[in-house]
Write a protein that binds this ligand. Structure first.
Ligand code: ADP
Ligand code: ZN
Ligand code: MG
Length: 639
């Protein structure tokens, strides 16, 4: 497996069954309770006697006491046994008994107590059987409401669900100081801050008030954090809600939530409303993919209506964030709405170092910690990744009973964040180990020999995440652009593992399937997106965006002819074959190095950059430097 910087984020699945299990137990408990109650009334039935039986018993002097509770008779006989009976509704008990032939003298000897029907307990006992099902339903409702997003949120209709941060809440307050890098974004937002602080200055000169700011950027680049910092800097209330929280089962709830949110914010103006992940509601409308769009549209419309309704007195600014700006409805981006755009890029080397510094502030570092080096080794990491890198480093140090975080902790954390934890339990057998070693060295050698490829930082056959082993190669510089030659080198490096297996073992395994997918993807993009195939020509047949509105990823409509499509396939195949040939040539030429280094890797399991480069020298392979690569980029001049 070949790995460039990639963030594999593990999402923990929520354990629904555990949740349901807890509720099931409660429901069962309630059912058992009901059974107990109803069986207690059964006991009553067994000891029940008719009025004439009662009359007989009174006549024979067996009855000591009768308690009358409305229609029920609780009878105690001389043996203290409890009996039950029912009184006739039309006449009084004494009358009925007399009619049944009980003599009044004998009746006098029986203690007849009339229970006061107004006593609370009595009423409760009487209505309890009716109350029970109501109680039962109420309980079920209670559980439903506890479940987030459950049906019962309908009961809380109006209120906006927004989280609110008070400007005086010093602990939760974020400022621009908490954010490293993102210089341009901060500059843009400074204006917003200034407006919120001194609205008069702007209004007096007749300046247009910004209503909406749209922040776009990859996940984890600090969009949410920046929005909070704007509120913190300006010292205004901050209402935040996520796009998905508007979407409810019932049509109309989202819209009423929007109304509520804006009403609250206006009351506390100047204020900031932050709508996170606005793509959840702000997608292109009328895409017609699947049902249930009504709710989204209504919510979106309501937001637009509210924003249009702002006048000069409403000093409320709406900040929205998304990492998929291309799918947003054009109506959102119209002037007077989210017409200010702030783009947040992934941090470059310097910014990464600063972000590491921010998150390392409260962590005691050992002498050897060099954040600059960590920053160099983490191209493509977002702020959030760097945050978790720092955290993992501290966890590692603590778990090994050390008081300070060392450089080695941080280096190990890079890989953990990038590829997931080491799978120590996943131990390869001897043969698999050798195969993996050859595979990885195959990648590494091609990467070291090819001019445009990246230097190898590490080769390992310790499995991590899904990879059996991996080769870490990083560019000399952070790259913002890729040349055709870069791509070709990438493809050859990707195929290096596959070819090494083939040369050495004569066959291939399922191992390199991911390598093949990645390299085919690159080859295809070269042809259809970047105009890098001469045969197909300089045209973009596909864009990064989906051509079907609102359809999301995966649904690409090819709007080119079958003939072109054939040509594309042909070209992709040719590029892959070229890559294959390049890699095969290198590995055949350096077969002794492939054997030698693989044997060492199998024994050591990990080769760090220095060890690996020493081995390269042993096999007379030149270690390329940054200078060597720089020489490759020359401006062509006419002579
Ligand atoms: P987003 O909303 O863009 O997905 P967040 O704002 O939620 O990203 O960022 C997640 C975390 O990453 C933040 O809480 C912060 O700890 C860290 N982070 C991201 N960018 C930066 C940055 N530029 N400086 C400092 N910390 C950052
Ligand atoms: Zn591989
Ligand atoms: Mg966010």
């Amino acid at each position: 497996m070949k790995n460039k910087m990639k963030n594999l984020k593990n999402k923990k699945p929520k354990n629904i069954f555990q949740k349901l299990g807890g509720q099931l137990i409660t429901v069962i408990l309630i059912l058992v309770l009901i059974l107990v109650f109803s069986s207690s009334s059964k006991v009553k039935k067994e000891n029940e006697i008719t009025l004439s039986q009662l009359a007989q018993k009174i006549n024979s002097g067996q009855i000591k006491e009768i308690k009358v509770e409305l229609g029920d008779l609780k009878i105690t006989d001389i043996n203290k046994k409890e009996l039950f009976s029912k009184k006739e509704n039309e006449s009084s008990l004494t009358e009925s008994l007399k009619n049944l032939g009980v003599k009044s003298e004998i009746l006098d000897s029986v203690n007849i107590k009339i229970q006061d029907p107004s006593s609370m307990g009595y009423y409760f006992a009487a209505i309890f059987p009716y109350l029970l099902p109501i109680l039962f339903i109420a309980l079920i409702l209670m559980f439903l409401t506890k479940q987030k997003g459950g049906a019962m949120q309908a009961l809380s209709f109006g209120d906006s669900k927004a989280k609110f941060i008070d400007p005086n809440d010093k602990k939760n307050r974020k400022t621009f100081k908490d954010i490293a890098g993102a210089k341009e974004a901060k500059q843009e937002l400074m204006e917003v801050v200034d407006f919120l602080k001194h609205p008069k200055k702007y209004l007096e000169i007749g300046a247009e008030i910004p209503k909406g700011v749209l922040m776009t950027g990859a996940p984890g680049t600090g969009k949410t954090l920046l929005a909070r910092a704007v509120a913190g800097e300006a010292g205004v209330p901050f209402f935040s809600i996520s796009g998905s929280e508007f979407i409810e089962m019932f049509v109309g709830v989202g819209a009423s939530r929007v109304r509520d949110l804006f009403k609250n914010a206006k009351k506390m103006s100047p204020a900031i409303i932050f709508i996170d992940e606005i793509d959840a509601i702000g997608r292109t409308r009328g895409g017609g993919m699947g049902g249930g769009n009504d709710e989204r549209e209504q919510t979106l419309n309501q937001i637009l209506v509210e924003m249009d309704g702002f006048d000069d007195q409403n000093k409320v600014i709406v900040i929205a964030a998304t990492n998929r700006p291309e799918i947003l409805d054009k109506a959102l981006l119209r002037p007077g709405r989210f017409d200010r755009r702030v783009v947040i890029d992934l941090p470059d080397k310097e910014d990464r170092e600063k972000i590491l510094e921010i998150h390392g502030k409260k962590k005691p570092f050992a002498e050897d910690v060099d954040l600059k080096l960590i920053a160099e080794r983490t191209p493509g990491f977002s702020g959030a990744d760097l945050y978790s890198l720092m955290n993992e480093g501290a966890i590692l140090a603590a778990s090994e009973e050390r008081k300070k975080v060392s450089q080695y902790d941080l280096i190990r954390s890079i890989e953990k964040v990038m590829l997931g934890p080491e799978r120590k339990s996943h131990i390869l057998g001897d043969e698999e180990k050798l195969r993996t070693a050859y595979h990885e060295v195959g990648h590494a050698l091609v990467s070291s020999v090819l001019d445009y490829a990246d230097p190898v930082h590490k080769v390992t056959i310790i499995s991590r995440g899904r990879a059996a082993g991996y080769t870490l190669h990083l560019p000399f510089d952070d790259k913002k652009m890729n040349t055709k030659k870069d791509f070709e080198a990438d493809i050859a490096v990707s195929l290096g593992g596959y070819i090494a297996e083939k040369i050495i073992f004569g066959d291939v395994t399922t191992g390199p399937s991911n390598d093949l997918q990645v390299s085919t993807r690159i080859a295809r993009d070269m042809v259809v997106k970047y105009g890098m195939s001469e045969k197909v020509g300089v045209l973009a047949l596909e864009s990064g965006e989906s051509t079907l509105a609102g359809s999301g990823d995966g649904l690409q409509k090819n709007n080119y002819s079958a003939k072109t499509s054939e040509l594309v396939d042909e070209e992709v195949r040719r590029i892959m074959e070229d890559g294959f040939k390049t890699a095969k040539k290198i590995l055949t030429k350096h077969e002794d190095a492939l054997h030698g280094i693989s044997e060492v890797l199998k024994e050591k399991e990990v080769l760090e950059r220095d060890d690996y480069e020493a081995l390269l020298k042993d096999f007379k392979i030149k270690v390329r430097t940054h200078e060597d690569q720089k020489k490759l980029f020359k401006v062509k001049k006419k002579k």
